[in-house]
Design a protein around this ligand. Structure first.
Ligand code: NAI
Length: 400
């Protein structure tokens, strides 16, 4: 079949395997020539490793100096009668191919990270492939739902402000339309459910599982990703439901830090830059900020994507020196360049001048859209998208 991009709103319904391979290769090529990670971890578990920050972390650690073996958990679907399969599925496949070519172990476990069963499968995989221990646990899940293990009901996250309605614009990637909207304030129940899905509880449950199964190596670290952003984004992010979940995640990092202290290890919430990923394009009201940020940071030469952020995190902050640099709340700050005051001054100014008529000219919507297309394997110059693809070639069940 010939695979064309199909987007509904901000969700991609198709993915191109060969483009996903290109995306994986681009990341590998970047880290191979970047500042290398020294004294890095050798056995890494990534929960949410098929796209965005998780995939970039996996790539940086395997190809960017540390030569890590990895086990990744993700929730993706392969090709079937119903569709092409998700980009993350192909990313897993190609990551494994290139990692194995360099003699590294790369295990892909596809299933629900929140479930007991997948946690047990991972413990078994750690026994089989890592001689029973991990040196680093990365928690990078972005999900809209989590099953309540006791009742089986779903907690659903609601990305909303708290205490007030907020007006903003969302840009529909489907038709490049700017949509002025008002996002209504969350109920307390919605805020609590969002904490259940995107807060620290499942991260803690992963680390507890690995402590209980004796799978933690001496010096083991764990990280999870957070976002704070500048004041203009606070009504929809930091002061909203997602921000509450992230504060819960920050608090979890402190309790996990105490638990891992017994192994001379540590736990860190790592605050990253706002970037285009499958998850972030879903946040209502955030796209005008991201296209303004891209424009300004690209002009200033400080723009980074997920892969640059992760390589810098591991080579300059988390490994290679005795102490991990943290701020006064014990957060690792990878949003330092984003929040630079000169950058933010320009971003705020640009954002305030954007509207439905001029956003494509004034801000970097082209860059935003291109990144989104490439996340799904489209928009690579060296791929002939008119050629049919036999999806059966990629349908092998790659669970390990
Ligand atoms: P993403 O959508 O690219 O990746 C999410 C990953 O979670 C994928 O590997 C997916 O398969 C996995 N996943 C989702 N549900 C799952 C489940 N039930 N079981 C197993 N795996 C599951 O998202 P992104 O943006 O990389 O997000 C990762 C983390 O980074 C999130 O905590 C997010 O809040 C945080 N972050 C994102 C920023 C951004 O601008 N994109 C900025 C700062 C932090």
């Amino acid at each position: 079949m010939i695979i064309e991009p199909v987007i509904n709103g901000v969700v991609a319904r198709t993915a191109h395997p060969l483009g996903c391979e290109q995306a994986v290769l681009q990341q590998i090529n970047y880290v191979k020539q970047a500042k290398p990670i020294t004294d890095g971890p050798k056995r890494v578990l990534i929960i949410g490793g098929s796209s965005g920050f998780g995939l970039a972390a996996r790539t940086a650690l395997t190809f960017g100096g540390a030569k890590a073996d990895t086990i990744s958990v993700s929730y993706e679907r392969g090709p079937s009668d119903k569709g092409t399969g998700s980009a993350g599925y192909y990313n897993n496949l190609f990551f494994k191919k290139y990692a194995e070519q360099e003699g590294r172990i790369a295990v892909n476990i596809q299933g629900d990270a929140f479930s007991r069963q997948i946690k047990e499968e991972v413990v078994e995989a750690i026994e089989t492939y890592f001689e029973g221990e991990v040196d680093l646990i990365i928690y990078s899940v972005a999900s809209g739902v989590r099953p309540n293990p006791e009742t089986g009901d779903l907690w659903r996250s609601a990305i909303k402000p708290i205490g007030q309605d907020v007006s903003g614009a969302t840009i529909l990637l489907e038709n490049d339309h700017w949509l002025d909207t008002t996002i209504t304030s969350a109920t307390e129940a919605e805020a609590q459910d969002t904490i259940k899905v995107m807060g620290g509880e499942d991260w803690e449950s992963w680390v507890d599982t690995l402590i209980n199964s004796d799978s933690i190596a001496q010096g083991c670290k764990t990280i999870a990703f957070s976002y704070m952003g500048p004041e203009v984004t606070h009504p929809i992010y930091l002061d909203g439901t997602l921000g509450r979940a992230k504060i819960d995640l920050h608090q979890t990092s402190h309790s996990l830090n105490l638990k891992l202290a017994c192994y001379d290890g540590g736990a860190y919430a790592t605050v990253c830059k706002a970037l285009v990923t499958k998850a972030s394009v879903f946040i209502p009201g955030l796209s005008p900020y991201i296209i303004s940020l891209y424009k300004v940071m690209k002009e200033q030469g400080t723009h980074e994507g997920c892969i640059e952020q992760m390589q810098r995190l591991f080579s300059s902050k988390l490994y290679g020196s005795a102490k991990v640099p943290v701020d006064c709340e014990r957060l690792v700050r990878m949003d330092d360049w984003e929040l630079d005051s000169a950058t933010q001054q320009k971003v705020t100014q640009l954002m305030s001048s954007l509207n439905s008529d001029n956003f494509k000219q004034l801000a970097d919507y082209a860059g935003y859209k291109q990144e989104f297309m490439q996340l799904n394997g489209f928009g690579f110059d060296n791929i002939d998208y008119t050629q049919p693809i036999d999806l059966k070639m990629f349908s092998e069940k790659d669970t390990e």
